[in-house]
Write a new protein. Sequence first.
Length: 112
Amino acid sequence: MSVTVVRVYILEGHNQMDQALNILHDEEGIHGTTVIRGIAGFGENKEIHTSSLLNLSLELPLIIEFYEETEKALQAIEKLKCRLPLKHIISWSATAHTLKIREMEPKRSDDF
C-alpha cells in the first residue's frame, strides 16, 4: 500500500504536542501517531540542548511521526500548518507492509 510518512519537528515545552495530537486524532482521523523524544539536539541558533542532569533542558526535540494515504497525510499537514506555528515538517513516499485487522486475528478451526 502506498503511503506518505510525515515527521513534524517541535520543541518540548512549547505546548504544541498536545495540540498537534488532538488535530491528528480528533479532527483528521489519523490511524496512528508516534511521538519520539530526542535526548539531544540543536537548531538554527546552534545552542545544544541535552537531557543530561547537569544541563537539563525543557527544549529538547520532539518528533511527531505518522503515515497515512497520501491525500489524507497532505490534508493533515495543511491543517497543522494553518493552526500551529510549525517550522519543520517533512514527508516522503513509502510502502506500508501491514496486516489488515482481519489478517491479524487467530484462525479458527472452521477457517481451515
